[in-house]
Design a protein around this ligand. Structure first.
Ligand code: HH2
Length: 277
């Protein structure tokens, strides 16, 4: 199985690591740590050295309660860093919900668009369709401003699966080939702890779609709930969650702690040699 990702064709025979760089003052996980272009760039390069297979750059926090940033500000945060990284050895993903920025990022060399809104904004599908970039379609109930108020599902796995079916059909109709699509159940995006655990437990169900599954559990609130740890003390729990995700069928894990994840996945991969899983 391969993912077409701009000029890169990534083998998914072993699990891939997407390293997160948030160029924001307010991200829950690392807000303010890499808020300038130079610190963000240095961090991204460090993550590549540590073994990241992709880099995901975000200029807008989607933490619960976040209000969103204006296009101009998001562009100012993201594009200078993307321009520096785009010619490098690993594909660069841009975490945005804004079609205008998607277009600009693709023109500036982005290889993937990671959209927590699953390309539902008017013009989003068209913004990516004609390019060869990969897209990550994430499930969210509500919006970051209100998503954790009262999440509700009859059957969280079935409802996320149904959403993926709808979004994949929309993507195909827009001309996005299946080998460009990644699906993500959106841990913590309009989900209670129980919903998140059920999605993780049954992650393999999403492989029935035929698209690669991405899991983003790193440092999230559910791990804080389970361990009683603050955000900067959740590395061990994040590694456990990434391993469970991979064991249950994730092909890509989105993480902040790349070196630790790489070591954990090296052990996992030795036990589960590269195959067409
Ligand atoms: N989680 C966050 C942001 N973007 N994208 C995908 N595809 N999947 C995720 O689980 C996901 C995501 C939240 O984490 P982070 O980027 O660290 O924080 P913030 O949104 O506050 O910048």
């Amino acid at each position: 199985m391969y993912l077409q990702c701009g000029k890169f064709r990534l083998s998914l025979a072993r699990p891939l690591i997407m390293g997160v760089v948030n160029i924001t003052p307010d991200s829950f996980s690392d807000g303010g740590s890499f808020a300038t272009a130079s610190t963000a760039l240095a961090h991204a390069r460090r993550l590549v050295d540590e073994g990241a297979d992709l880099i995901d750059i975000g200029g807008e926090s989607t933490r619960p309660g976040a209000g969103g940033v204006a296009l101009e500000e998001e562009r100012r945060r993201v594009l200078p860093v993307l321009e520096q990284l785009a010619g490098g050895t690993v594909p660069v993903s841009i975490d945005t919900q804004k079609p205008e920025l998607m277009r600009e990022a693709i023109a500036a060399g982005a290889s993937m668009i990671n959209d927590v809104n699953a390309l539902q904004a008017p013009g989003a599908l068209a913004a990516v369709a004609q390019s060869g970039v990969a897209v990550c379609l994430m499930h969210m109930q509500g919006t970051p401003a209100d998503m954790q108020t009262d999440p509700h599902y009859e059957d969280v796995v079935a409802e996320v699966l149904e959403f993926f079916g709808d979004r994949m059909r929309a993507a195909h109709a827009a001309g996005i080939a299946p080998d460009r699509i990644v699906l993500d159940p959106g841990f913590g995006f309009g989900k209670t702890l129980e919903h998140n655990l059920e999605l993780l437990r049954r992650l393999d169900r999403f492989n029935t779609t035929g698209a690669a599954v991405l899991a983003g559990l790193s440092r999230k609130g559910m791990l804080g709930r389970l361990t009683g740890r603050e955000v900067d003390e959740r590395v061990y729990a994040s590694i456990a969650a990434a391993l469970i995700a991979v064991e249950n069928g994730a092909r890509i894990v989105r993480v902040h702690d790349v070196a630790a994840t790489r070591d954990a996945l090296a052990v996992w991969t030795a036990v589960n040699p590269v195959t067409e899983r």
